[in-house]
Design a protein around this ligand. Sequence first.
Ligand code: SF4
Length: 473
Amino acid sequence: MAKRSITETSPIEVYRLLPRTNCAECGEPNCMAFATRLVNRELALESCPPLAHPEYAEALAALEALLAPPVRAVLIGTGDRECTIGGKYVVQRHEFTYHNPTACAIAVDDSAPLDVLQARVRAADSFSYNYIGRDLGIDAIAVRSTTGDPARFQAAVEAVQQACGLPLILCSPDPAVLRSGLVSASDRRPLIHAADRTNWQEMGGLALEFGCPLVVSAPDDLSGLRSLVRTFLAWGIEDLVLDPGTFPGAGLARTLRNFARCRHAAIRGEDDLLGFPLLGAPIAAFAGEEMDPIRCAFDEAITASALLSRYADLLVLQGTAGWSLLPTLFWRFNLYTDPRKPVAVEAGLREFGSPDRNAPVLITANYALTYFTVESDIKSANLSCYLVVADTGGLSVESAVAGRYFSAAGIAEAMASSGIADRVDHRVLVIPGLAARLSGEAAEATGWRVLVGPKDSSGLGPYLKERWPPGPA
Ligand code: SF4
């Protein structure tokens, strides 16, 4: 029988299985509120301490079954840097917010000198890009054996561990090579890559012996993949990751078809054997006939973006140049942002440069993309000014004006709560050009003289140069 979708699970069903004592130990006012947040995946069962009591063991098991994702969540790594992949409930993002963003791993080879390898690992670990207030970075390191030498692989794994604390993926088709890496790194719970139809017995043995998650690989062969998964489940190995094969370039459509088949079958409850996280390897773009590294990195970025959209839970990448890596990280950020909750910054007063009591006062919306664009334009124009950030519910200026989230009353409230009147001697406010139609009402509501600024904040520098200080009204 097909499993029910998470969107069909009601808070009432969950509530009936909770202790229903309304003790508030979970931080929620009552069990019903907890059930609602549980169904929305905003809280976990562990947040209800009474459920750990033996008398609720049966209810807990029922809740776990009710809330279990059709795609199993698999943990890689340990401690602060551990990452969870999979745990998906839906195919489309509009059905239910995506959880557990796709992990991005950078590959290193054991053929590289150890100091070079460590430098690459440190660069990957420290890679960080601030995108509308969020730091985007790398989640794991894939150590690949290209030498086939167990001693060399072990040295590479140890060097990587010394250089960073990121979760590891140990990659080799040879169980003897992987064993040497696992001996050094098993306490970091690395992901073993990969068991296939030639080595599955030895690889399954390694997964059991070291207690690590295992990748099951069957390129372009879903029935072979299912067969291997069935075997491993019978062995009691449940932390599995599926690798249905990645074929960049002309094979990309075939790759996406396989990924989509796995995910659709799992989410619709048609095939539990495919209900595991999916591993994509855009790095395969570097293994084809194309020898131009720029072209390979371009193909890798395209493959990565396509696989992000089509259900990959883990990507193994080669390119670390910003131009090839950032599109993947941006797309992941956008894909995994809850569409119901616009990305917002905190409302309040911001100060730029060294504003004095005659400095310009600007106002904008608290949509993150708007705010960081305005901030960047103010900084690049080297302006000294005050910026009042109004709470527009995370909407951009134009949308907020249309939806009346940015209104004359809202501007007056933002101005009052920011305390800006105490910071300047004048009473002149510059509003965004996209809110021009509010100028009259805003002047009335605030008692300030209102100037209409440019529609695009990149025009703030020239605008203020020409219009500030403002002449008499
Ligand atoms: S801790 Fe558990 S029992 Fe107590 S209110 Fe929260 S959900 Fe209910």
